[in-house]
Design a protein around this ligand. Sequence first.
Ligand code: ADP
Ligand code: MG
Length: 346
Amino acid sequence: MEQSQRTEINTLGEFGLIERLAQKVTHYHPETVKGIADDAAVMAIGDQWLVTSTDFLLEGVHFDLTYMPLKHLGYKAVAVNISDIAAMNAVPKQITVSIALSNRFSLEAVEELYEGIRFACQNYKVDLVGGDTTSSRTGLVISITALGLTNAQEITYRSTAQKGDILCCTGDLGAAYLGLQVLEREKQTYLANPNMQPELTGKDYLVGRQLKPEARMDIIYELQTMGLKPTAMIDISDGLASEVLHLCKQSQLGAVVYEDKLPIEQVAYDTAINDFNIVPTVCALNGGEDYELLFTIRQEDYEKIKLHADITTVGYMTEKEKGAKLATRGESLVPLEAQGWNHFST
Ligand code: ADP
Ligand code: MG
């Protein structure tokens, strides 16, 4: 008897799977400007371009309610979607919120979640316009869809970087990952001995980066005021390495990232080494959940950002054949590898 073929999804990985599914997708409408491939899909509505992005957050996969307050979770669920709208250089306008709940959750708990969602709506000036509510047997599930507006002149894709462009990143990297490590450590200590109080002294910044990330709309508005349009942009959700590789792949280029330019806060650096014995560079490259922006600019625009306190130039784009490389402190060039979150690996 003929055996039907079975391919394990972890042989493809998340991105391999998406690519595979995308190959067989057909578009029927000329208004669909961009489908699967970027931080958000793009639809032309006359002169306005509508961008939309959606994300899942699952209890036990993306968050742990032992240390994630529901209010923060609500805020974060919105922020991570707004971050994808920011990455398209668009202005967020509306969100829809879908939740699946088990009977473990009370009205008060859901209201707390929504308090965080409303706070984020106020902060990012977006309207909550709908969603869906259902039951769940596996804990809390949140899915948010964000909609934003831009136009043909302003939109930024992952695929339009040019050779020689400078790679810039906002904020600092690796802290959210280290915040998660600190929270996990304290959870384990608590589980071993419930009388122990969590020891978070001096780690507020790291924990804050994990529990309450911000989408960098402030940078989007600043760049617009400066009259600086990135040549390509992506948000950093899976770690800098993974995002640089996305830019390279989609723009058909290579890149060099300088290890000594990676923006890592002192507390992140110290915690990586002293508390977890991990290399700070690895946290910055592969940590994930920073929700900063990675973008490329033309060399002639360098003057505009060179003194900006919250934008760091981390490298530049090269030709495809050179691949994506990390220039280490030891001055060797090593391949940049993505080890971002892969939910299929466990
Ligand atoms: P991001 O990290 O910016 O949220 P993802 O890596 O999740 O982006 O997704 C990359 C692209 O793949 C996006 O265009 C997204 O809309 C699309 N995508 C992800 N999962 C699916 C799916 N199951 N079916 C169709 N498109 C998908
Ligand atoms: Mg994204």
